[in-house]
Design a protein around this ligand. Structure first.
Ligand code: JHZ
Ligand code: SAH
Length: 399
């Protein structure tokens, strides 16, 4: 049974950045009801109303992993470790985006899966074998016909985006060798609850995994987590190292046991935890709205930094629109000169002039706070201020 605990209202598709013609002349934006629930059996957290994959991941998909140095570095570090420790013969990446991870590996050893044509083009151009398809059993069968030695499958911030987990794991088991390893990486439910980062919920994030729920899901495919790594990326993520249960080469590490204990101590297996979380979300909205109203009353100029999918959830939920935030700054070519979904806040290219115009900057990409504050030392020194809602809504005056 799935029990609902959070209602974030009607929301637009989070990565659907608009051109003016998309919302003037009465053109309708697609909205869906963003509600979140708890599966009493598997303890899996999921959104309740899903949008078809083809509507979200089309040939115009704007997100590029390479826009953050933090992510590039994290992928580089992981690649080194995987090469050293597992010495893979053939690597399959599901949701390879612009190749930020895979470009650390030799072209001869790699298979990319990326359904968005405009993004898949990037790895194709770099010379990596790329399938422009959604991950499912048909694709898995096609790949298996030519590649029988896939001993490492990697997928970051993608499996949580696919509603049919049965198809995901059956397809993985179909292509992965008996001694193969599956490494997945997604935002951690524990950190999401701890930080009240309710903006981890939007149409693409169908699931927010915990070790508890991942274990429950993969067991029936004969898989188990044997190691785990905590990451700072995307507001706190978990990297799960998964093997077939019958593969005795790796023991279940102490880190897995510790994570399980921590999650149980935090009561991630109890519905009541999420009811409390939902109350904190409502409070967060109230306080954030007050901060924006107070700053605006003083006649200050506010802009946003990082036109993220997460910011779309926050701003639409809190009803903060273009009369409050003058514009967003972002480095992503496919977002620039477009408008934020739902709130219709304009997105400008990142430059110092556009930044220095502001008195206050809303941190849309709060998950890259360290990287951004490092870059914007001067803005802070000159008295520039940031507004964030994580872990609690507040104004930040200096780093
Ligand atoms: P970022 C997307 O979420 C969507 P978003 C998706 N569902 C997901 O899971 C994660 O990514 C992986 C910009 N930026 O990574 C670049 C600057 O402008 O938090 C990006 O547009 N300057 C697939 O959108 C955005 O911020 C900078 O200095 O919530 C960051 O987006 C930096 C560091 C970033 O993901
Ligand atoms: N792995 C990268 C990209 C994450 S963005 C990173 O961590 O930064 C999620 C990517 O998954 C997008 O590029 C999207 O097109 C892709 N994706 C979404 N649904 C998918 C599916 N069913 N099969 C394979 N890839 C998918």
């Amino acid at each position: 049974m799935i029990k609902k605990f959070l209602d974030l209202g009607m929301q637009p598709l989070a990565n659907n950045y608009l051109k003016k013609k998309d919302f003037v002349r009465g053109n309708k934006e697609l909205f869906y009801h963003l509600e979140v629930g708890f599966n009493t059996k598997s303890k899996l957290i999921s959104i309740l109303n899903t949008v078809p994959s083809k509507k979200m991941f089309d040939d115009d998909y704007p997100y590029r992993s390479s826009m953050s140095k933090t992510m590039l570095l994290s992928f580089k570090k992981l690649s080194k470790y995987l090469k050293f420790f597992y010495k893979p013969n053939c690597i399959l990446e599901i949701g390879s985006n612009d190749g930020s991870l895979i470009k650390n590996f030799s072209k001869k050893k790699v298979i990319c899966v990326e359904p968005c044509k405009n993004v898949a083009k990037v790895t194709k151009r770099l010379g990596y074998k790329t399938f422009t398809d959604f991950w499912d059993i048909n694709l898995a069968r096609k790949i298996k016909r030519t590649s029988k030695n896939i001993d490492l499958i990697y997928s970051a911030n993608t499996l949580s985006h696919i509603s049919n987990l049965d198809s995901v794991f059956k397809s993985i088991c179909h292509v992965m060798t008996d001694k193969g390893i599956l490494v997945i990486e997604d935002p951690s439910l524990l950190e999401c609850v701890r930080n009240v980062s309710y903006d981890q919920f939007y149409n693409e994030h169908i699931y927010i995994f915990s070790l508890i729920s991942i274990n429950a899901v993969i067991k029936k495919y004969g898989l188990e987590v044997f190691d785990i790594e905590k990451l700072d990326t995307h507001g706190g993520s978990l990297r799960y190292f998964i093997k077939r249960i019958q593969n005795q080469k790796f023991q279940i590490s102490q880190r897995v046991k510790n994570q399980l204990q921590e999650e149980l101590k935090f009561k991630l297996n109890k519905f009541s935890t999420f009811v409390k979380f939902s109350k904190k979300v409502k409070k967060s909205k109230k306080v954030l709205r007050k901060i924006f109203l107070d700053v605006k009353k003083k006649g200050k100029k506010i802009i946003g930094y990082g036109a993220t999918a997460k910011a779309s959830t926050v701003l639409n939920y809190c009803n903060i629109k273009d009369e409050t935030i003058d514009y967003f700054l972002d480095t992503t070519p496919d977002k620039i000169k477009k408008f934020m979904p739902g709130t219709h806040i304009f997105i400008k290219p990142y430059d110092k002039k556009n930044l220095n115009y502001a008195d206050y900057v809303f941190l849309g990409a709060w998950n890259f706070k360290k990287e951004i504050f490092n870059k914007e030392k001067n803005f802070l020194k000159k008295g520039g201020k940031f507004i964030t809602h994580i872990p609690k809504p507040r104004i930040i005056k200096k780093a």
